[in-house]
Design a protein around this ligand. Structure first.
Ligand code: KIV
Length: 293
């Protein structure tokens, strides 16, 4: 009898338990079915449907422009591919800032769209919201350091936790998120010494982006990693492919082939049977005889 293999299905508790695992965790963003298939086939542990979709896919200047409905649309596209990786969905700006009930309803909408967990930005300030979402049985991932939804209060996309007081605040926020029950926390754009202290201070995995090597995992934005977004290139991005250049060259070759008559070829064309073609030619001739001058 053939051996039945169970499909890979990563869960939030499994991610939490991977704090002391053999290898660092891998998280990559995806916002649609093709990118989700690529990320899952590459073996990522987590797929983040990030609100970065606003900037890398929808062309906005920041992440503040996307709504829960936008996120639901993208989460559903990713979830339809039935990835083995855990799908984590970002709660967008203003979806958890105006009330706990509202936050729980928005988190539930993301879960109904196919997410296995949600991520939200902020530390001790957001504990009530985190607690309420956890009470609704939805796993929560924290996000500290550079929190892009706070762009205007932070004064731009800047490295956070550079002085002692700010660094301590990040550590205390991470401890509070871990204690309340978050299963993991993203650390974005903080000095590596701060990331190291956070990683050593909490029993949940830290997943870094621009936070150095002393994290329990790393995350990159899909479009940065494969070279589809090359307008902004922070120093922490390692680009593994140049898909924008390859795609531009491919479209330019198509345009050239169309303009020079090399596309489509006979093999790329549907042909009618000879008898039908002949009859059409005769019909075409008689039709042109009756056409108005
Ligand atoms: O939205 C996003 O892509 C993120 C990552 C930068 C962690 O939150």
């Amino acid at each position: 009898m053939p051996e039945l293999s169970t499909p890979r299905r990563v869960t939030a508790p499994a991610i939490a338990a991977a704090k002391h695992g053999d290898a660092p965790l891998v998280m990559v963003t995806a916002y649609d079915a093709p990118s989700a298939r690529v990320v899952d086939a590459a073996g990522a542990d987590l797929i983040l449907v990030g609100d970065s979709v606003a900037m890398v896919v929808l062309g906005y200047e920041d992440t503040l422009q996307v709504t829960t409905d936008d996120m639901v649309h993208h989460v559903a596209a990713v979830a339809r591919t039935r990835p083995g990786a855990l799908v984590v969905a970002d709660l967008p700006w203003m979806s958890y800032h105006v009330g706990v009930d509202d936050a729980v309803r928005n988190a539930a909408a993301l879960v109904r769209a196919g997410a296995g967990a949600v991520k939200l930005e902020g530390g001790r300030k957001r504990l009530a919201v985190v607690r309420a979402i956890l009470d609704a049985e939805i796993p929560v991932m924290g996000h500290l350091g550079l929190t892009p939804q706070s762009l205007h209060t932070l004064g731009g996309f800047k490295v956070q936790g550079r002085d002692l007081e700010a660094a301590r605040a990040i550590v205390d926020d991470a401890i509070a998120l871990a204690e309340v029950g978050c299963f993991a926390v993203v650390l974005e754009c903080v000095p590596d010494a701060v990331a190291r202290l956070v990683t050593d201070s909490v029993e949940i995995p830290t997943i870094g982006i621009g936070a150095g090597r002393h994290c329990d995992g790393q995350v990159l934005v899909f479009h940065d990693l494969v070279g589809l977004e090359d307008r902004i290139r922070p120093k922490f991005v390692r680009q593994y492919a140049d898909l924008a250049a390859e795609a531009t060259a491919a479209v330019a070759r198509f345009a050239e082939d169309v303009r020079t008559g090399r596309f489509p070829s006979s093999a790329e064309t549907y042909h009618a049977a000879d008898a039908v073609s002949d009859a059409l030619r005769v019909y075409g001739g008689s039709a042109s005889e009756h056409a108005p001058a």
